[in-house]
Design a protein around this ligand. Structure first.
Ligand SMILES: CCC[C@H]1O[C@@H](n2cnc3c(N)ncnc32)[C@H](O)[C@@H]1O
Length: 483
């Protein structure tokens, strides 16, 4: 059925809910009235949206790691360690990959195996299998707010259990948790399933319980130009606001050039205010999240700390409300709790040293910010045309036409025709625009900057630049210059 950005009718929601709660036995534990009452007794000190709003007012950047292991008590221990030894301001509960694909039988097997071998055999916390009592054990054991982070195209059951389980923030969206994560999930389906998620959050809001929602900013985390990640963020903000979401954190994955990244964070918040205002969504609190470099990392831990620190510094200079922290084990896999805590400590050293310094402003940042806004608006306006004013319908048609396109995404519903490459300063530009609805003037800016790099490197702009840039940071550089 055709996508549309309309608030889900409550009776229709309840019908869908019956099915969603049946998809694993723990769904039957969720009683909405009881869950609302439970959420209402969670103190302000453990409410995610409230902590973000305080940070925004103070003009500081909060540090949040990713973390999740298979068993409940080990997960509690891990999260406590990240606060006590790492200094985490906000906590995650990263969900495992089986749960993200609704493969709860395999998640169950992973739990049993973890109990047998005495270490986590899952790459995250299987919240659906553990159920809401275990989730409450986790959230009640923490002294800071906890958010569920995952990558689930169909997250309906996970959301029900997470919210009833006392988590006060929830990541993801119908595009950002589909296109970069799945091959075969039609956008119509994931948008519809995430309208369910946001409608549930809207219901909690209507009952006086504020739940923070965070579309997944970085997407494929591989040279994603700001205009692409911003377009997705704004679409998911509009879809969420329509369902009654009032606390939104919009995100962006670090690209590596300071001026572009600062301009990206600033433009993201300004565009969000602009589009939410235009479509009449009132009292939506917007905060921002900056993800430390999401691409390939150096194996060497000292170099990894360099990358982490650069991300921390940029987040602080951009005055992002929160920064998602990487670890020195990024190139190796799931970090130990010690490595995870070390990444947070390095990050907080930078945040603390920079929090008394004024935000970075200069002409290049202003120029870059305007460029990003022009590009992002060009995409969004075309989508609205395609959708005859409806952003959900326009998004589905826009992806089919490639007027919005995420570089290196696995989804077969993504055109995959963009080719990003860095200019000689390391800012991400476009070598191939695919079918993006950009004017010649904008395209000329990108072509000139990449041509300039070619001249300096003594080579023609080519796909080789893209490949060199993908590996550059792992090899200790930013721009993938030829040897
Ligand atoms: C989009 C998320 C990718 C990032 O998410 C990290 N990540 C995934 N799962 C866990 C986990 N269970 N504990 C700590 N970090 C984790 C990866 O390292 C990568 O950086």
């Amino acid at each position: 059925m055709q996508s549309q950005n309309r608030k889900l009718d409550w009776e229709q929601f309840l019908k869908i809910r019956e099915e969603a709660l049946k998809s694993w036995p723990t769904g039957q534990e969720v009683d909405l009235a009881e869950a609302i009452a439970y959420q209402k007794q969670i103190p302000a000190s453990r409410r995610f949206g409230q902590r973000l709003e305080e940070a925004k007012k103070e003009g500081i950047t909060l540090a949040q790691p990713r973390a999740g292991v298979a068993l409940v008590h080990e997960h509690i221990e891990l999260l406590r360690f990240l606060v006590d030894e790492g200094g985490a301001d906000l906590l995650p509960t990263t969900i495992d990959s089986y749960t993200r694909q609704n493969r709860y039988n395999e998640a169950q097997a992973g739990i049993e195996e973890s109990r047998t071998v005495g270490r986590s055999m899952l790459n995250g916390f299987p919240a659906v299998n553990h159920g809401l009592t275990a989730c409450r054990e986790v959230t009640e054991a923490m002294k800071v707010p906890v958010q569920v982070r995952h990558g689930t195209p169909d997250a309906r059951l996970l959301t029900e259990i997470s919210l009833a389980g006392g988590f006060t923030a929830y990541e993801g969206g119908g595009i950002s948790y589909n296109i970069p994560y799945a091959k075969e999930v039609p956008l119509e389906r994931s948008i519809r399933d995430w309208q369910y998620v946001d409608r549930l959050v809207g219901y909690y809001e209507e009952q006086g319980v504020s739940i923070n929602r965070e579309p997944f900013g970085p997407l494929t985390g591989t040279l994603v130009p700001p205009c692409i990640s911003h377009a997705v963020a704004i679409i998911e903000a509009l879809l969420a606001a329509e369902q009654g979401v009032k606390s939104l954190t919009l995100g962006y994955g670090q690209c590596g050039n300071l001026l572009q990244d600062v301009a990206a964070v600033r433009s993201l918040e300004e565009l969000a205010d602009e589009y939410l205002e235009r479509f009449g969504y009132k009292n939506v609190v917007i905060t921002t999240v900056f993800h430390q470099w999401m691409g390939g990392f150096p194996q060497d831990e000292s170099k990894a700390f360099g990358v982490i620190s650069w991300g921390a510094a940029t987040a602080a200079m951009a005055k992002a409300t929160k920064v998602i922290v990487k670890t020195p084990h990024e190139a190796l896999g799931i970090p130990t709790k010690e490595a995870n805590a070390a990444g947070i400590r390095a990050t907080k050293q930078l945040l603390n040293m920079l929090k008394d310094q004024p935000p970075l402003v200069n002409n290049e940042i202003i120029t870059e910010k305007e460029l990003i806004k022009i590009e992002t608006r060009a995409i969004l306006e075309r989508l609205l045309e395609f959708g005859e004013g409806d952003i959900a319908l326009g998004t589905v048609r826009g992806f089919q036409a490639g007027v919005i396109d995420v570089p290196f995404a696995p989804s077969r519903f993504n055109a995959g025709r963009l080719l990003p490459a860095r200019d000689h300063n390391g800012a991400v530009r476009l070598l191939d625009f695919g079918n993006l609805p950009f004017g010649e003037d904008i395209k000329e800016v990108h072509r000139e900057k990449i041509a300039q790099r070619g001249k300096l490197e003594g080579r023609d702009p080519s796909f080789q630049m893209v490949i060199d840039d993908i590996y550059a940071i792992g090899k200790g550089m930013l721009v993938g210059k030829p040897r």
